[in-house]
Design a protein around this ligand. Structure first.
Ligand SMILES: C[S@@+](CC[C@H](N)C(=O)[O-])C[C@H]1O[C@@H](n2cnc3c(N)ncnc32)[C@H](O)[C@@H]1O
Length: 304
């Protein structure tokens, strides 16, 4: 290390160059976040910090080397931002993505126009991003998070137990396969749910994905050849748990909006099937409303 203390601004500049050379588009932002993480401050405060001591400098350079090897920023700092939350994440669990906040926004607004108590289920919950954010935002909601993967369940339970008690006491974690109708019927009463949200694995198998995606569990990312291998069997399970008038929002790959719309329409238990795009105009999620008796193809209506 150098004799004179290293300067924060110089270190960020050289880290930015290293990360840009590694192909990272957000090189400057990532360098700022890593420096802020090491110094234990908000990135906005870096401008007023002049120097960095040797121990912190070693830690910062090691973190930059990891990021240059395309290890996700969130795995290096140990957390991911999602809506109002800072969630613990690491190997074994999917890193929540900012685009899922569109689904969060839709569900929060839908819940706001329902009379309490609102019962919400988050299928394929991963770190608990949607479930915990909804329990935080919708103060009257009781939220069930369903996840089948053991490693993801550990992160999910940790995030639920880290939530403030007034949020955590309205959250329940269920270990189950969302495509197994009998298993889900055993834990979530038919016709009992106001809103279902889900960000399932949906990337078609042969899609190109960036190097960071290799750090997400494959089971969390890929949805079979067409991206629909979890969504298709999940739709009748969703129809069963929703109350009449209840709503569902399903995030999907940007190539499968029509397939999700067709799947919900073909089932027969839904109307108001609507495709939603993000601000860039990319198809992002589909919503629908559960309709009443006799409408579900081949399914008994199981309202209580
Ligand atoms: C794309 S990740 C989404 C995680 C979280 N909802 C989010 O938005 O960050 C999908 C999650 O679904 C889980 N999963 C995959 N297949 C499942 C199944 N059949 N039943 C329950 N969970 C499943 C994976 O383990 C993973 O945690």
């Amino acid at each position: 290390m150098s004799e004179a203390p290293a300067r924060v601004a110089d270190e960020i500049r050289s880290a930015t160059a290293q990360l840009a050379a590694a192909g990272i588009d957000s090189a400057r932002r990532d360098a700022d976040w890593l420096m802020a993480h090491v110094l234990g401050c908000d990135p906005g405060r870096l401008i007023v910090i002049d120097t960095i001591d040797d121990a912190d400098l070693r830690e910062f350079r090691a973190a930059v080397d990891q990021r240059a090897r395309r290890i996700p920023l969130q795995h290096i700092v140990g957390t991911a931002a999602f809506g109002p939350l800072e969630l613990a994440v690491g190997p074994g669990v999917f890193i929540p993505r900012p685009e899922t906040e569109y689904l969060l926004e839709w569900a929060s607004s839908a819940a706001g126009s329902m009379s309490a108590p609102v019962r919400i289920v988050d299928l394929c919950s991963g770190s608990g991003a949607l479930a915990i954010a909804l329990a935080t935002i919708v103060e009257s909601a009781r939220v069930t998070a369903v996840e089948m993967d053991d490693a993801a369940l550990k992160w999910l339970r940790r995030n639920v137990s880290d939530a403030p008690s007034e949020v955590g006491e309205r959250l329940e974690v269920v270990a189950a396969d969302v495509t197994d109708a009998a298993q889900i019927a055993g834990v979530i009463p038919a016709g009992s749910i106001s809103i279902v949200v889900t960000n399932p694995p949906y990337v078609p198998l042969r899609s190109e994905t960036g190097p960071e995606v290799a750090h997400d569990p494959a089971r969390a990312v890929f949805g079979g050849d067409d991206g629909m291998s979890v969504i298709v069997p999940m739709v009748p399970v969703i129809a069963s748990m929703l109350s009449v008038g209840g709503l569902v929002g399903i995030e999907h790959d940007d190539t499968t909006s029509d397939a999700v719309v067709d799947c919900l329409r073909a089932h027969g238990a839904f109307d108001e099937v609507t495709a939603h795009t993000d601000l860039a105009g990319r198809p992002r999620f589909v919503t629908a409303r559960r309709i009443g008796a006799g409408a579900s193809r081949g399914m008994p209506d199981r309202r209580p």
